[in-house]
Design a protein around this ligand. Sequence first.
Ligand SMILES: Cc1ncc(COP(=O)(O)O)c(C=O)c1O
Length: 384
Amino acid sequence: MDSTRAPFPGHPGAARRVSDLLPVFPWDKLEPYKATAVAHPGGLCDFSVGTPVDPVPELIQKALAAHTDTPGYPTVWGPLELREAIAGWLRRRVGAGIGPQAVLPTVGSKELVAWLPTQLGLGPGDQVAYPRLAYPTYEVGARLCGAEPVEYDSVDELDGSRVRLIWVNSPSNPTGRVLGADELRRTVEWAREHRALLVSDECYLELGWEADPVSVLHPDVCGGSGDAAHEGLLAVHSLSKRSNLAGYRASFVAGDPVVVRELLGVRKHGGMIVPAPVQAATVAALADDAHVAEQRERYAARRSALRAALEAYGFRIEHSEASLYLWATQDRPCWETVAELAELGILVAPGDFYGPAGERFVRVAFTATDERVAAAVERLRAAR
Ligand SMILES: Cc1ncc(COP(=O)(O)O)c(C=O)c1O
């Protein structure tokens, strides 16, 4: 090969490689600790990733199976039945005064988080703000479009002339913290004053334990019902956690109908389509609250068993009033804790994956089976 010629796009040395703009994928750093934990004679207790392990509820599997014969292209917006199901769920469970014109299905919420700034035309010179401790994809989304990622604890730290999009995430990944209606309202007011789009990632909204999470689309936060009350606001929801549907990629965004329309147009060009069987499964899942209550019971039991065992072992738990995580610390560097727990066959996520502010915490996801949770509880007890 002639080495003086320019490399192919995507090859190392290419003039612009998108991967060069992105952070290092952190999970690779956990691999050696995973190897240690897997070698434990009792096997791995994996609390590192918040991925559901319980079965997909039968009514959802049936809805999917009943729609396998779908040879034609589905639409990006989905059938009215799907949009009615989404809007109906938002009214019933979230208290939002919203109709089907203001919702849009997405292919899992992670893709939306990563591509929203790009799809809204943000770029160099713009800032995308997100909480100091946060799901890493908010930063990725900013970097993908060339915008500047900025972290905040309070909106008062932000430059209102530059922030074009601000993320909130309540209940939070990784801390499980819930923002009250007053706090959310203040952020809404700030965003409106500065004409920044406020996007609220609410994928753990139905997983409150010691707090009742509230949506940015609730009238107590946004000031009312209907399209005008939702101006400048979007809420992002996912069925991955509440319905054990991470494998289906079922989610949606809702709020300001003008922004929803714009996204719809862009995403039509991009072919970002939820498969028809998943659209049907989503309708079934959103109509049923019983399976969510059942799944909550499972998580509540795992959460309290793990929480008690971690505290007895010497951990302090902060926040964690909602979501699928315990935000735990031994008041020392997170990687020391990761290493110590790996020796017990227990794998957790180091807090610095979610920003330097997490460097003395670990995130313990209670998305493991009852049997694995019981094994970890016993190991923590025996090692005390
Ligand atoms: C805060 C937050 N947002 C979005 C997602 C993405 O969820 P999904 O793509 O499965 O809808 C996750 C997944 O863990 C998350 O924790």
